[in-house]
Design a protein around this ligand. Sequence first.
Ligand SMILES: *Cc1c(COP(=O)(O)O)cnc(C)c1O
Length: 356
Amino acid sequence: MSQFLRPALSALDPYVPGEQPQDKSYIKLNTNENPYPPAPGVLDAITREAVSQLKLYSDPTIAPLKAAIAQQYGLQPENVFVTNGSDETLGFSFLAYADAEHPVTIPDISYGFYKVFAQLFQVAPTVIPLREDFSLPVEKFCGVDSMVVFANPNAPTAIALPLSEVEKIVASNPDHVVLVDEAYVDFGGESAVSLIDRYPNLLVVRTFSKSRSLAGARIGYAMAQPALIDDLERVRNSFHPYNINRLSMLAGVEAMKDTAYFEDCCQKIIKTRRHTAEALKDMGFTLTESATNFLFAAPNVISGKEYYEKLKDRGVLVRYFGTQRLSPYVRITIGTEEEMAVLLEKTREILKEANP
Ligand SMILES: *Cc1c(COP(=O)(O)O)cnc(C)c1O
């Protein structure tokens, strides 16, 4: 750190992404990527011609991608906002709606970036603890007199909140934006998109990184009534109007159009999740009910840390968080059937070694 950095930034704890080791090849179950490749149309769209067009700026209106997303969800392009990953949507939303005088309410255990953005933009967050069973105490998010941000389904707990409960939070905070981060909704959650036409304060945030197999393309989006989208466009156009590059735009349109491929990938992951969860339960693990592409799982004879380390030694990477309440647990991304078979085999070895 230099002596020039603003004090507010030197005090910040930046987001720590999951390991992305480049040294040896692991079975990578630590950052919730999709194990299946992007839709076939994506591969065909990235032609030599498309690459040669990189000499030109990208389309700052992002119109083709907005149209593809709007069509998929029965909305208009005016209801859609698109960014470089949904992290950017989250950042722009904090910038648009929260500051020192406009606080934000978030759960204590959720996506780590919410706290980072609160620090970055000098917003005082009200942090509400999850219940003992990691469910969201809905009543504590109702009528809170601040912006509300939460993930549904939540991470890393994997638990989904029913739509009726989400609606209670949205309806009880009519004077504040309620941001519902639906990064994992395609794996079993109930989306709040159907509430958009009734609630001018609802902002639904999504990503292409998980269910659309495009983590490396960096595409996120939000859906809301046009007035909220206008707010976010003001921020985007004051920061980076060319935030979606040409190749990602092509990739995103193709990935959004191919509903059959998308549904097939989601179904495969849901099926593999069920097998894996059953096998882990049989080995004595404690698991939450997952509506996501990952499992939140605690072994019963060793700590979360030990399990994480022993899996890593055996070439399988999962995510360990290590904070107090999460320390018994790891977060395991659902990979292919073959990858999960290896995870289960290594897990059996590790438990046998711990408890011969
Ligand atoms: C992965 C994830 C994101 C970020 O996704 P990107 O679009 O890759 O930036 C946002 N929110 C949650 C809850 C996530 O798990």
